[in-house]
Design a protein around this ligand. Structure first.
Ligand code: FES
Length: 576
């Protein structure tokens, strides 16, 4: 029976000796739980995105057992629960469509249940932001445990990286420099262990964002999924979340403005995914921290990319871990005053204390600040008459010669039109052109698919060209590369100027000046706007309908407008 010392939130379920307390405890006992586990100890929810349809997270059931071991050791009661799992490689039309839905699942699962603190088990791209967003809206103590990256891919004696080398191989096949048989062989060589993409794609980036926000134990982002140290980290996280509940170390004490500024700097140092821009804006919105694209640009400008990982560089996450991982990078940023060293983390210590013992064991993988991969590596935010509310570009993945460019627009009204036209040998296009894709933003796709890095036309590829300027309101995979302007706001389907671009218009991009200009007079743009009609997708009602009605623009995090803000963890009325 409950004792007198019940003080946690879960006491509202398990701490009464009345009919309600009977019901809550009795039904839980059908799982073989002894009576004394309801003595007032912290109840830890383990929020699991395990799914065989999310191959990157398919090992999370085993990892959950390690977390439980730690929770028991520290005197807590672990209770694992599932939430919708968004697998990037399978889910259609795009996993991003469901990020906000999952966050609702997480938020309500936490708030509606006897949970005092929560461990967020995630990995594949959207699973990390969706869990953090949902938990942030409740503001209980929370700790992130990522599934970790796969081992390096190995093909014909060389390392190959998830996503990045798929895009490259696909273009090689189109260019006739790789056979179909080799392409098929590479398929088995790329994904050869449990874990998520092992490039610095969105999954690795978001793992690193969790760690640099202070929401995960040091090294969470880089330990390979199958390394025994991943299991240790899970167990230690289980122990730590129990202590966090006792210390009342809630998310809002960690997720302050300085934490987000640190994460933005770290993203620049890593050459991280542009998807982090949208996800961090959304997380900040949930916890009530003002964050904007201007913060991204301000902090990114003087952040060098020092980590030499694909898609920006040469190496992979396994190499990164062996080189010292994120603590080695953060230590360097702290020493160069690019990170707020005093920022609090889930360890109860500052981020600087967490990495004070870190070492860099391989200066090719983690380069010195004096010899970076890209000097100004942070995400660049472009503005102009084509993107009044901003657009983003990742300098570390772009071609330097194309970062200042003027070219003739070749316009694809939808991704379907792009697919119909791109292989046409008569398409009037060469490498000096600017490829423009419309109607792939949050409302237009819907869900803002990762199609912004449109493949180049075969006739351009055949000449050995591998990059062209591409502009869209879409996102791109964190594993992708190229001179690709993304997240143009407002999007075309919301009536943004992107919708008004016509074939043959000229577009100027100047990353240094942060400029994106459509060289068409204001009067002509007004005329075009007067006759513009939205090209909205056909949706199947239900959630998709609600999503289109309520999704905000990418510059605001593409959250649903009614989910923004922290609603807390107040226990609702008794149920029986
Ligand atoms: Fe899951 Fe890349 S597909 S992390």
């Amino acid at each position: 029976m409950p004792n007198e010392k019940q003080k946690y939130r879960s006491a509202a379920w398990f701490g009464n000796n009345n009919k309600d307390g009977f019901i809550h405890r009795s039904w839980m006992k059908n799982q073989g739980l002894p009576a004394d586990v309801f003595d007032g100890r912290p109840v830890i929810g383990i929020c699991n995105t395990w799914s065989e349809l999310t191959p990157c997270n398919a090992h999370l059931r085993e990892l959950a057992e390690r977390v439980k071991r730690g929770v028991w050791e520290a005197g807590g009661l672990p209770l694992e629960f599932p939430v919708m799992s968004t697998g990037e490689s399978n889910l259609r039309p795009t996993a991003m469509l469901f990020r906000n839905l999952v966050s609702m699942d997480v938020e309500e699962s936490i708030r509606g249940n006897p949970i005092d603190g929560v461990v967020l088990l995630c990995g594949c791209d959207k699973t990390t932001p969706s869990l953090i967003m949902g938990a942030a809206s409740c503001d209980l103590p929370a700790i992130v445990v990522s599934g970790g990256p796969m081992l390096n891919g190995k093909f014909h004696g060389k390392d190959i990286g998830s996503g990045t080398d798929v895009w490259r191989f696909s273009e090689e096949v189109k260019a006739g420099t790789m056979s179909q048989a080799e392409f098929a062989e590479a398929e088995s060589c790329m994904s050869r262990s449990a874990g998520h993409c092992m490039t610095m794609g969105t999954a690795s980036t978001m793992g690193a964002m969790a760690e640099s926000l202070g929401l995960a134990l040091p090294n969470n982002s880089a330990i390979p999924a199958v390394d025994s140290r991943r299991s240790v980290l899970a167990q230690l996280s289980g122990r730590r979340i129990v202590e966090m509940v006792r210390e009342e170390l809630t998310m809002s004490k960690i997720l302050v403005k300085e934490a987000f500024e640190n994460a933005i700097r770290v993203n620049g140092a890593l050459g991280g995914s542009t998807n982090a821009v949208i996800h961090l804006l959304a997380i900040a919105g949930r916890i009530g921290v003002p964050l904007s694209l201007d913060d991204w640009d301000r902090l990114g400008r003087d952040t060098p990319t020092v980590v030499d990982l694909k898609p920006s560089g040469r190496f992979l996450m396994e190499d990164f871990f062996y080189a010292g991982g994120l603590p080695a990078v953060i230590k360097m940023l702290v020493e160069n005053r690019l990170v707020h060293g005093a920022a609090l983390t889930v360890t109860g210590k500052s981020i600087a204390e967490n990495c004070s013992d870190a070492s860099n064991w391989n200066t090719e993988v983690i380069r010195p600040m004096s010899h970076p991969l890209v000097e100004h590596g942070g995400v660049a935010v472009l503005r102009g008459n084509l993107a009044p509310d901003g657009a983003v570009l990742k300098p570390s993945a772009a071609t330097p010669a194309l970062m200042k460019h003027r070219g003739r627009a070749v316009v694809f009204e939808t991704i379907e039109r792009y697919r119909e036209r791109i292989n046409d040998p008569d398409l009037d296009i060469d490498e000096s052109c600017v490829m423009v894709l419309q109607n792939c933003g949050p409302k237009g796709y819907p869900g803002m698919a990762e199609v912004g890095n449109m493949g180049l036309p075969p006739k351009v590829l055949a000449r050995g060209i591998r990059d062209m300027v591409r502009i869209s309101d879409a996102r791109m995979s964190g594993t992708a590369y190229g001179t690709v302007v993304l997240h143009v706001c407002p999007e075309a389907a919301a009536g943004g100027p992107l919708a008004l671009v016509r074939e043959g218009d000229f577009i100027e991009i100047d990353v240094e000046q942060r400029r994106l200009h459509l060289d068409v007079s204001d009067g002509e743009l007004r005329r075009r706007a007067a006759s513009w009609r939205p090209v909205l997708p056909v949706v199947n009602g239900g959630y998709q309908q609600m999503y289109i009605q309520h999704v905000t623009q990418a510059s605001e995090g593409a959250d649903l407008d009614f989910l923004i803000g922290c609603r807390g963890s107040r226990v609702e009325r008794e149920s029986h």
